[in-house]
Design a protein around this ligand. Structure first.
Ligand code: NIG
Length: 401
């Protein structure tokens, strides 16, 4: 296996507390990659030799983004619904049915091309790991198909059959199907189970049934909670030790305290909050109370049609009052924590997967200081340098097959 020595790094964000809280930044740094792993990290003066030397010309390097919440397997467009919302109407869970219809009509190959194109665009912007949910199928054959297609591009597939109740069924009957034959069919492709615990989707008792069945089948737990109101999703997620509860827009003081005292990560989705005009989650309160937060894109056609983690980081800093350090950590190490993969990804430390994001800037502060600018100039995924020209060329395919 050949080794690569990366030098010319003005600022290396390691997320390793050994180099200082919170980001463990090293100035004038170097990194050695051995195969798909980080082999060495430190000051350039002390760097060992390697087979290949790459000079990054004084740029900043950080871990690849870990996007811990996406709904990447979908077809169709909901820009009309979006336009309606921007004219003053509120978001309702029912828009999901529009995407279910379009997704169900797309062939495997059409969906496969869409997912791969979206994945490649995200990678060209520095995302080296993604979780992907099902949830636009809502019956056994379709949910299984979506999970199978998602599993072609990530090991973090989440079964979200309990996204919304399909037309013609009642919630109790549908929950029985989700927790019965649907779960059994999707199980081989999934690592996680999720539920949309919200008015218009599933109440806490139904959500509990879904999560407990998933856990009994060996899946880890995630929850969509407290997006549109105080749904009880956060309390349930904490009680069941879910890895993550996502959205968290409407939190009581008890919710904040419960999250702070738990291992459950609060995954915040700022692009979705802008697109639904929901109030931002109380991110400062969560952090100040000691909760762990992650930032994710929530890429989906209804509430957040973007895979840009840089946009999420900039919004979290400029609108949600996170510091640069907190936002960058939340979008890298925080995402890894939300996927319970902190020992594998989300940091630049010997032994971890070599997922590196090189930006055309001297420091990560530029993500918020120059919002909306494309900063990514190189990406290494599992030790391999990604061909960015090839990846960004597929962006025209982002929306539909
Ligand atoms: O995370 N909240 C539930 N699911 C998605 C929205 C899906 C949709 O509207 O299509 C979300 O925002």
């Amino acid at each position: 296996m050949s080794t690569q020595l990366l030098v010319g790094i003005s600022e290396l964000t390691t997320n390793d507390p050994a180099y200082g809280a919170l980001l463990g930044r090293i100035r004038d740094a170097a990194v050695v990659i051995d195969g798909d792993r980080i082999a060495w990290v430190g000051h350039a003066d002390h760097a060992p030799a390697a087979d290949e030397r790459v000079d990054l010309g004084g740029r900043a390097v950080l871990p690849g983004w870990v996007d811990a919440h996406t709904h990447l397997v979908f077809s169709g467009d909901r820009s009309e619904e979006f336009e309606h919302r921007m004219a003053g109407h509120s978001y309702r869970a029912g828009g999901i049915h529009t995407t279910v219809r379009a997704t169900t009509q797309a062939s495997d190959n059409e969906l496969r091309q869409c997912v791969r194109a979206r994945r490649r665009v995200a990678r060209s912007e520095g995302t080296t790991w993604m979780e992907i949910k099902t949830g636009y199928g809502l019956d056994t054959a379709q949910e299984t198909r979506l999970a199978r297609l998602a599993a072609e591009v990530t090991p973090d597939v989440t079964f979200l059959g309990a996204h919304v109740v399909p037309p013609g069924l009642e919630a109790p009957e549908y929950v029985s199907s989700v927790t019965g034959e649907m779960l059994a069919a999707v199980r081989p492709y999934a690592r996680w189970i999720d539920v949309f615990c919200e008015t218009g989707a599933f109440d806490p008792a139904q959500s509990r049934r879904v999560l407990e069945a998933g856990r009994a089948a060996g899946l880890g737990l995630r929850v969509h909670g407290n997006q549109l109101g105080q749904s009880g999703g956060v309390a349930l997620a904490v009680e069941l030790d879910a890895a993550s509860v996502d959205h968290c827009n409407h939190l009581s003081a008890d919710d904040v305290a419960a999250l702070a005292a738990s291992e459950t990560v609060a995954t915040l989705l700022p692009a979705c909050d802008l697109s639904t005009r929901e109030p931002f989650p109380p991110a400062r309160e969560l952090i100040d109370a000691g909760a762990t937060i992650a930032l994710a894109s929530n890429a989906n056609p209804g509430t957040s049609n973007t895979t840009s983690m840089a946009f999420c980081v900039a919004t979290a800093v400029l609108q949600m009052r996170l510091t640069i350090e907190e936002a960058v950590w939340a979008a890298t190490a925080g995402g890894a924590r939300a996927l319970r993969r902190g020992a594998e990804i989300g940091a630049i430390r010997p032994g971890l997967r070599a997922d590196l994001h090189v930006i055309d800037a001297p420091s990560v502060s530029h993500f918020a200081y120059r919002p909306g600018m494309r900063l990514t100039c190189a990406v290494w995924e599992a030790g391999m340098r990604v061909d960015l020209a090839d990846d960004s060329a597929v962006s025209a395919d982002f929306t539909s097959p």
